[in-house]
Design a protein around this ligand. Structure first.
Ligand code: KIV
Length: 273
């Protein structure tokens, strides 16, 4: 990636400057062809560790490795010309110490050429985020429902219902706001709290299941395209049913092969005379 090339794309600083303005449009991307299709429509593309579930059939994101994230980060970077790209730090790659987080974030940035990393965690991770951002690594935070904590947080469910959860998320937002993160994803959080946190924070909030009050929205592309059908959370809107279209196309192909309708004359090489 040349210096000029990276300047043409949106930067974390420009995403941060969108606070309170036009909503930030964000989707996940894991591959080059998908990044090419989504790029011009999005401000921010996230190479999310949701790829473990969506592409690899895992039950949670816990099994996703740094090497997987780097391979998919590289693939996405080959397909972008416009959007800012953040790559998720997978479970186990940043929690042990801020030094380990720095080393692994450097690998992601150097090997993929992406613009930023994302990591899950509120007040517990604020010191790590400050360590990274002070050393030149832009960080996108992630609070509210945190899928990497599925085994200790009681599963995939919306948060901010109890006084206890509400005050924890307030503290998380305050800590991330002061950590140097350029923006923060808020996942699965009840509307009044997402609204309150958005107006209290000076950095953009990007909601997923956190209401229209956020400064931007993100969805898992495969969810909104109807390509991932194992489980559809309530906050997902399906903009198409591509999974059904793929299955219908495969059935039509199978019929035509079995009935010898495909390949037809136009798909067949004739000897040049
Ligand atoms: O991994 C992911 O795709 C994410 C988004 C759902 C925000 O973290």
């Amino acid at each position: 990636m040349s210096a000029t090339g990276s300047q043409k794309r949106l930067t974390p600083t420009r995403i941060a400057a969108m606070k309170g303005g036009k909503p930030i449009v964000s989707l996940t991307a894991y591959t080059t062809p998908m990044a090419r299709l989504l790029d011009e429509h999005c401000d921010l593309l996230l190479v999310g560790d949701s790829l473990g579930m969506v592409l690899y059939g895992m039950e949670t994101t816990i099994g996703v490795t740094l090497d997987m994230m780097i391979a998919h980060g590289k693939a996405v970077m080959r397909g972008v010309a416009h959007a800012c790209v953040a790559v998720d730090m997978p479970f186990g790659s940043y929690q042990e110490s801020k030094e380990a987080a720095f080393r692994n974030a450097v690998r992601i940035m150097q090997e993929t050429g992406c613009d930023a990393v994302k990591l899950e965690g509120g007040e517990e991770m604020a010191e790590t985020i400050a360590f990274l951002t002070k050393r030149g690594i832009p960080v996108l935070g992630h609070i509210g429902l945190m899928p990497q904590l599925v085994h200790t947080s009681g599963g995939y469910r919306s948060v901010g219902h109890s006084e206890h959860e509400t005050s924890k998320i307030r503290r998380d937002a305050h800590a991330i706001g002061g950590s140097g993160a350029f923006a923060v994803v808020i996942e699965g959080t009840v509307e009044p709290l997402a609204r309150e946190v958005t107006s209290a924070m000076h950095i953009p909030t990007i909601g997923i299941g956190a209401s229209s009050a956020c400064d931007g929205q993100i969805l898992v592309s495969d969810d909104m395209l109807g390509l991932f059908n194992d489980f559809t959370p309530r906050f997902v809107k399906r903009y198409d049913e591509l999974g059904k279209k793929v299955a219908d196309a495969a059935a039509a192909y199978a019929d035509e092969v079995r009935s010898r309708k495909f390949p037809a004359a136009e798909h067949t090489f004739k000897r040049r005379s």
